[in-house]
Design a protein around this ligand. Structure first.
Ligand SMILES: [Zn+2]
Length: 386
């Protein structure tokens, strides 16, 4: 029995784009251009510091942060994903854990020629291993994966009947590169390869033209809006309202902690709503109810899970969050959607149930001790230079 008096009971939030173990690099490299941030700071730090043990503790910290701020389901991609899978299973969350694939030496794979073999092994190992977690493949981007890599990754994902994730059109530079190499804009290129399908999860989707948006909408491929990361790296702003109008399901994601720098989806909802209004110069656009929908059932649809989660309905899985309203900044209540999007934060989450199991009770995780995890991550961080 959970005492939810003075509380809102709501569906668990869905973080549709995240890299859990990147909590290790929270605040390590801020305020830099994306290319410099990624190639000069993040990739070298990952090469030097990622190993099964550090990914395990970083992922545990990420999943604890998600749990304690009301996220019950996620889609994520990274390296050493056996460890991420173990960490998520221990915390008890629901989600899609994808092996990162890139045509460069990766922290968990020196020879990129083996990247798909490596990813396939991961799928074989974990498919069907959990009632809440699915494995998957995450192609890093069109700038870092060849046509052959993308096509093979898609083929393997389809063979296992799993969605595939990719970073798509995050920056204008990436679009220019793809246009130069293929003669097509990224969405049209992926469509030509046969990937524009509901099983595709395209994170960012910032720089799409009208034709691309129409194509994605017709094909039913899902997008993930990642506003805070796009703002912090000055990548641009996705045309979310237009995309949704054209039928693209759009989820909400935080991205990894090195470009955000937290995993609080309540904060992300607030930002998504306000940024949408600023960009369209229209305060009516991206209203609170729409944004909450993106962070719940629409995100679930992007992951292919809308029949199981995303709303509180008989017959769906019990993924439930209780928000404590007994706080000055949450009083009084006129409209629950407004309160959750514009006033609440992840710190207001009191209880979390996933798959019928209580994982957070009165603000305390029931499966993992946060003190131990933070101690381990602080130790790892001592060796990481700024
Ligand atoms: Zn990302």
């Amino acid at each position: 029995v959970i005492d939810a008096r003075q509380g809102f009971v709501m569906p668990g939030l869905v973080n549709a784009h995240v890299h859990a173990a990147m909590t290790l690099f929270r605040g390590m490299a801020d305020d830099l251009p994306l290319k410099e941030w990624l190639f000069d700071r993040i990739f070298p730090a990952e090469a030097e510091h990622l190993c099964p043990e550090t990914v395990y503790w970083g992922a545990l910290l990420g999943f604890l942060e998600m749990l304690m701020s009301g996220t019950t389901c996620f889609a994520e991609g990274y390296f050493f994903q056996d460890e991420t899978f173990r960490a998520a299973r221990l915390v008890g969350l629901r989600g899609l854990i994808a092996q990162g694939v890139i045509d460069l030496p990766a922290p968990d794979l020196a020879d990129p020629r083996d990247n798909l073999k490596h990813a396939k092994r991961f799928l074989e190992k974990w498919k069907g291993a959990s009632d809440r977690l699915e494995p998957g493949i995450f192609c890093h981007s069109l700038s870092t994966c060849s046509r052959q890599t993308i096509e093979s990754a898609w083929e393997i994902s389809q063979e296992f009947q799993l969605p595939m994730q990719i970073h798509l059109s995050e920056t204008a530079g990436e679009v220019r590169e793809v246009l130069k190499d293929t003669g097509m804009r990224p969405v049209m290129y992926l469509d030509a390869l046969g990937l524009m399908k509901p099983d595709l999860i395209a994170a960012h989707a910032v720089h799409l033209d009208g034709k691309e948006i129409a194509c994605m909408g017709e094909r039913g491929a899902g997008a993930v809006h990642v506003p805070e990361s796009n703002m912090k790296l000055a990548s641009g702003v996705a045309q979310v309202a237009h995309m949704r109008q054209k039928g693209i399901p759009v989820g909400l994601g935080t991205d990894g902690c090195s470009s955000n720098n937290n995993l609080d989806l309540f904060g992300e909802m607030d930002t998504a709503a306000k940024l949408g209004k600023v960009m369209s110069r229209d305060p009516v656009e991206m209203d609170a109810k729409t944004v909450l929908r993106m962070a719940t059932v629409e995100g679930a649809a992007v992951l292919g899970l809308e029949k199981e989660i995303g709303t509180l309905e008989a017959g769906k899985k019990a993924d439930i969050v209780v928000v404590d309203l007994d706080k000055p900044h949450l009083c009084p209540v006129f409209d629950p959607y407004s309160l959750l999007v514009y006033s609440a934060s992840g710190a207001d989450v009191k209880d979390v149930v996933v798959n019928g199991e209580i994982l957070l009770r009165d603000g305390k995780p029931t499966t993992v001790d946060p003190g131990e995890v933070m101690e381990k991550v602080r130790e790892v961080a001592k060796n990481i230079s700024r």
